[in-house]
Design a protein around this ligand. Sequence first.
Ligand code: ATP
Ligand code: MG
Length: 655
Amino acid sequence: MSSQIDHLLDETRQFPPSDEFVAQSVSSPALYENAAADREAFWAEQSRELLEWHKPFTQVLDWSTPPFAKWFDDGELNVAYNCLDRHVEAGNGDRVALHWEGEPGDSRSITYAELTEEVKRVANVLEGLGVGHGDRVAIYLPMIPEAVASMLAVARVGAIHSVVFGGFSADSLRSRIDDAGAKLVITADGGYRKGRVSALKPAVDQALADRGDGEQQTVEHVLVVRRGENEVEWREGRDLWWHEVVPAASDEHTAEAFPAENPLFILYTSGTTGKPKGILHTSGGYLTQAAYSHKYVFDLHPETDVYWCTADIGWITGHSYVTYGPLANGATQVIYEGTPDAPHPGRWWEIIEKYKVSIFYTAPTAIRSFMKIGRSVPAKFDLSSLRLLGSVGEPINPEAWIWYRDVIGAGKTPIVDTWWQTETGAIMVSALPGVTATKPGSAQVPLPGISIDVVDESGVEVGNGNGGLLVITEPWPSMLRGIWGDPERYRETYWEKFEKQGYYFAGDGARLDADGDLWLLGRVDDVMNVSGHRLSTAEIESSLVAHEATAEAAVVGAADETTGQAVVAFVIIKESYLSAHDPAGLAQQLRLWVGEQIGAIARPRDVYIVGELPKTRSGKIMRRLLRDVAEGREVGDTTTLADTAVMSIISAQVK
Ligand code: ATP
Ligand code: MG
């Protein structure tokens, strides 16, 4: 990728942490030194310090049959005990675990003692239904406390959960239930989204109905939380109300220890690039890295911080940074049921003000949608409790980063841009806020204990100043242990490309700047080749977002007779710009702008001004669909798209 254009590298702003922040920080440069001195000893130490093992491990890593790793293999622990009981036993039972905020404005604060008791009851219900070690449980719930309690109860009895995002259709739910062979489904009648009750139970009924010959029905029971109070159909003998069986169950339940490699969950990837993959994670290594990264990346002080990660538990971010990491660390956190704009566009900021949130973790898609509306909305709320901000899910454009820091973080909070994947289980690349001087747009450095490199197609390190493919060069504790039911696909997808070197290939392009900091450039599949120059999506999108008119942009490469591929851009314009300017001629202005900022080679052939971009349900731009539009093809598989109407609207705008 030598002929790549170095626009993002012109970004030179740097923000070192304040002296005050450094002085109180839980991290220090010693973490890097210890990890570098002996990586495995470092992880063993983290695991012993952050978790409680029923049976201590003596082995750290078994990498004798790559790519199948075992971490802490002879140790035994109970994941739920680590997230709950031990905090109560340590005298912190009265600390709030969850400040839950329902979309209509109802709320509940639940302490560690209360959550522990609830999980024990649910564990007893599960066991009463014959759900135990190794069984699979599908969880299809809104963001309510019962969702977290369900995950932990499944973990407590040694079963395996598969959380399916509540916005997915009956078909998606059905294929996930079947793939895992789930014995139980935990769902709700419905939950609140965008100001109304959105039903869930009917999708479960549909997913379980109409089994043809030879199609096995593995589900024996459906446990239903009452939340939406919408009418539901009821199958006697199969369906059970949570509010009837859980309070009636005993609150005594002893957490049994399970081996470190006991499977904890299956979770499907977002489906940005194609069909989702059922990623398998296990217990001891996963919980170690979830707790470790949560503590150090978010500089957690569990006695005083109020932490809020806006991700749904249907995504890996909701697993590692709502359920497992924060609770293992005894944190107090906020969870919110609804959408950011219901019932008003300032809802998130109102919640931050109400609970005095100090650590806030969200996605660039959300930040850009707030940029589109403008700073007057967050300005109405007191956000002064915030001391640290985080970003995950996509590259964050430097302009969005600066907006986030200035408007939400009062121009003073550190921002951690965290790169990781469903497959990595936990954060891999991020600044440590008390140590690293942050750079807008760069995810920066591997966490202590993590080995990352950028290599060329043949697996050779590209070195500072160059771009290539992001690889993970050493196994890590929370790495995926496979694709559920398909070990061969696991090997092929992630390990075959650099089999000789034994590197994990992440599918993302990245560049190392002169300081050795990482800049994520987007999916390798999305890299454009214009007249022999390789151009990254992130780079051109960041340039477009740097223009005063633009809130959000997506670029794709479309086949072009003269240049091989041509850059085609889709942009969303800020409301404040539209109210003060005539958008006529703006597309041409934006073309020229990119040309000036990056170079003529990157100038888009076409710029389309659109109202929306196609996104996955976790908020990532699906460029492959835009490529279909740009090349005049029929739009491909849209099952993981959040709003299926978007594509026909965009197609119409483009014609
Ligand atoms: P699929 O694998 O099915 O296409 P997906 O890759 O979108 O879906 P996830 O595991 O949720 O599913 O997302 C991981 C991907 O998100 C990463 O590979 C990367 O492309 C992107 N990503 C996550 N965090 C960041 C970040 N901080 N900076 C840049 N990209 C990020
Ligand atoms: Mg992926």
